[in-house]
Design a protein around this ligand. Structure first.
Ligand SMILES: O=C(CO)[C@@H](O)[C@@H](O)COP(=O)(O)O
Length: 231
């Protein structure tokens, strides 16, 4: 079978959402792209994690046409393919309704960088998209969700913040592959929880200086990075 390994990786990444308590029932989906083949593998829509098999992952091209698979792909597929078309470096995308990140999305608030945990992973705030207009909803809701996301990154690299919260909806994260996009979903949920608790204790303050936030980001990213072990 042509896409067996791609399907296996996407299946494992989807199961990880449950292991990390990021989803209940069928509240999420993960995909990964094979850029040479021009296809993604994505979770089938509405199928429970317990019932799902690796072979059930659906192969879809970047125009959202099913290439291989007997089930309907995730209802969020057009958002995933929009992100792959616009963010050339990403290899995996995750969507969840994890509690704290979704609470920020429902509050329609970007997550400010309140401490070094956040700064270790994301340069600056985690953006919340604009609300979708009625016109956009009439066009294609899932495609336009992708537009809402990529609009947030017109002035900013998606590598600086591999995550976004969609106003009134929930988060999307990405990474070099499906596993890394799930990793970022875990990190986002933890940052969102800490930010919620911080703002509960201190609703108006607690911003750290730009210098220390920059320092923490640079420790782990770019040419000056020195955290962990070099590959
Ligand atoms: O956002 C939503 C529902 O609000 C969907 O992402 C979620 O239910 C998962 O849908 P799929 O089962 O992937 O089609």
């Amino acid at each position: 079978m042509k896409y067996r390994e791609l399907k296996r990786q996407v299946y494992e990444a989807n199961l990880e959402l449950q292991t990390r308590n990021l989803v209940v029932y069928t509240f999420g989906n993960v995909s990964q792209i094979d850029r040479d083949a021009g296809v993604i593998a994505i979770k089938p829509s509405g199928v429970s994690y317990a019932d799902m098999k690796a072979d059930d992952m659906v192969i879809v091209d970047l125009d959202n046409k099913i290439v291989e698979g007997s089930m309907r792909p995730s209802s969020d597929t057009k958002t995933h393919t929009h992100l792959y078309r616009h963010f050339a470096d990403i290899g995996g995308v995750t969507h969840t309704h994890s509690t704290y990140a979704t609470a920020w999305a429902q509050a329609k608030l970007s997550i400010p960088c309140l401490g070094t945990t956040h700064a270790d992973f994301v340069f600056g705030e985690i953006p919340c998209t604009a609300e979708m207009s009625d016109e956009q909803i009439k066009r294609d809701y899932e495609e336009e969700t992708g537009v809402q996301i990529t609009d947030c990154f017109k002035q900013r690299s998606p590598n600086e913040a591999p995550m976004v919260i969609v106003a009134g909806h929930a988060p999307f994260t990405w990474g070099k592959d499906a596993a890394k996009s799930v990793y970022h979903a875990v990190i986002l949920e933890e940052i969102a929880k800490m930010a919620y608790l911080t703002r509960t204790l201190n609703p108006t303050g607690s911003l750290l200086s730009a210098a220390i936030l920059n320092k923490h980001y640079q420790r782990k990213h770019g040419s000056g990075a020195y955290y962990g072990q070099s590959n």
